[in-house]
Design a protein. Structure first.
Length: 150
């Protein structure tokens, strides 16, 4: 009996992997995916309709019991930048007070002075025909309850 060489085994492995990529194409998945297996991942599948290009910049400020204002970053709460923005800044900007409460609780555990208020300042930059439009949105304020602050 003849032994299969290393090159042959590697070639067979590569063909199996390539063949497995065809499974999503061959299986029916409705309108969600029709041709390419990588379209199921959001970074490839989500296209945005044409419209104005916009960027939203948010700045979170914490005010201590003594009235000292300090900027809060993702490092202060121990998250990544996108994680902090997606899980706490964006929900807070939509009026979700539980996100702000979590940030206050986290800061009060790690900072030496007690945080009593959060202020979210939002600026939206839009690319429009005449140039750049800058919109300053209203400042959102979350005041911690006495039980939240140390």
């Amino acid at each position: 009996m003849r032994r299969v060489g290393a090159r042959t085994r590697i070639s067979i492995f590569i063909l199996i992997v390539l063949g497995l990529h065809a499974l999503p194409v061959l299986s029916y998945q409705g309108e969600r995916q029709t041709r390419w297996p990588f379209l199921t991942w959001a970074m490839y599948a989500r296209s945005y309709p044409p419209g104005p290009i916009q960027v939203v910049r948010r700045r979170l400020m914490a005010i201590s019991r003594d009235g000292v204002s300090r900027r809060v970053t993702y490092r202060d709460v121990g998250l990544s930048g996108p994680g902090f923005s997606n899980n706490y800044l964006a929900p807070f900007s939509r009026g979700d007070s539980s996100a702000a409460r979590w940030v206050v609780d986290r800061l009060n555990r790690t900072w030496p002075d007690s945080v009593t208020e959060l202020r979210l300042e939002t600026v939206r930059y839009r690319l429009v025909d005449p140039g750049l439009a800058i919109d300053t949105l209203p400042v959102l304020v979350y005041r911690a309850a006495q039980s939240d602050a140390r």
